[in-house]
Design a protein around this ligand. Structure first.
Ligand SMILES: CC(=O)SCCNC(=O)CCNC(=O)[C@H](O)C(C)(C)COP(=O)(O)OP(=O)(O)OC[C@H]1O[C@@H](n2cnc3c(N)ncnc32)[C@H](O)[C@@H]1OP(=O)(O)O
Ligand SMILES: O=C([O-])CC(=O)C(=O)O
Ligand SMILES: [Mg+2]
Length: 291
């Protein structure tokens, strides 16, 4: 079954204690950062630290993602080369564009062959956070079969657009819609930008619910205290599960009577409603909320 990516926890790649404890914090994925959380003077030491961490620490079932530097900087190609050789699960490519994804995929083809790794075993996640990247997100995803999802970067995107980033997030409404739709069309995950006030849990919950309502499938986190809130938003509620199960039970009855459409509590139920109920029940089962 595909990997569940409700939360992806960012941490600076130059922080040994965070790298050490990362597997036990409960995030579905961890992102070991070599880009914006690492200062220019620490780039080389962080790359080595992250390489050693991947080689020596057992991250168990947690997806290990490394955010490399953009390939048009002096660090990007070195990051890809050194990190891919210790086989992380996924590389996160910041300020992504189509050509860059193709180039990374080509580098990975060669490294996997040299190291004797299975072809296309290292995945790619583009970080879409520029106006040009957003407008081209569909082609960015199509640029390589390795792409498993897109992360929307709200801070850089709004900076590129020359607009303010707010807690309410109206300014990234279009970006969320656009990323969610392109990802859904191409059957990959879509991850929302992190909520940067680590003490505002209500704000985090509202922001996560907004992202979910627009079709995004998970959210990045910057602090372990954010993980439970995000997971609870992305889990179906007890009421949603009950309702979905009732729809499926009613569907069985309707099928016996040869009906494709029927009414439950005065509301029409037809194929899309049934499909949504199947998705809800499937997620509930995956999360162990129902048997
Ligand atoms: C726009 C972007 O590019 S976002 C991506 C780049 N940004 C990042 O990676 C930032 C990641 N987050 C952090 O560095 C920190 O959480 C900060 C700076 C935001 C807040 O730091 P603090 O106030 O010290 O956090 P807090 O007090 O909650 O830390 C509690 C514990 O959690 C640990 N922790 C905090 N954040 C993280 C994290 N992201 N990953 C792993 N462990 C973490 C701390 O090390 C501390 O551990 P300890 O109790 O063993 O000492
Ligand atoms: O992945 C993210 O959302 C963090 C980031 O780089 C940004 O917002 O610019
Ligand atoms: Mg960014």
């Amino acid at each position: 079954m595909d990997k569940l990516r409700r939360t992806m926890l960012f941490m600076p790649g130059n922080n040994p204690s965070m790298l050490q404890d990362a597997a036990i914090l409960g995030a579905d994925s961890i992102i070991l950062d070599l880009e914006d959380a690492v200062s220019l003077t620490e780039k080389d030491s962080a790359r080595i630290l992250v390489r050693e961490a991947i080689k020596t620490i057992d991250y168990s079932q947690v997806e290990v993602v490394v955010r490399v530097n953009p390939l048009d900087t002096e660090f990007g190609a070195l990051d890809v080369d050194m990190i891919a050789r210790v086989k992380p699960d996924t590389l996160l490519i910041p300020k992504a564009d189509e050509e860059e994804i193709k180039l990374v995929a080509k580098m990975l083809d060669a490294i996997e062959q040299e190291e004797g790794y299975k072809a296309e075993s290292i995945k790619i996640m583009p970080l879409v956070e520029t106006a040009i990247g957003l407008e081209n997100v569909y082609n960015i995803i199509k640029a390589s079969k390795r792409v498993v999802g897109v992360l929307l970067g709200g801070e850089d995107l709004t900076s590129d657009l020359g607009i303010k980033r707010t807690k309410e997030g109206e300014e990234i409404f279009y970006a969320r819609n656009r990323v969610a739709t392109a990802c859904r069309a191409l059957k990959v995950d879509s991850l929302d930008t992190p909520f940067t006030d680590t003490n505002d849990y209500e704000g985090l919950e509202r922001d996560t619910a907004k992202a979910k309502s627009l079709g995004l499938t998970g959210k990045a986190a910057i602090n372990p205290r954010q993980i439970d809130v995000i997971h609870s938003v992305f889990a179906p509620t007890e009421a949603e599960l009950k309702h979905a199960l009732r729809i499926l039970a009613a569907m069985k009855e309707a099928e016996k009577e040869g009906k494709g459409v029927f009414s439950l509590d005065g509301k029409m139920v037809d194929a899309p409603v049934i499909n949504r109920a199947i998705t809800t029940v499937g997620l509930g089962q995956r999360l162990g909320l129902i048997s």
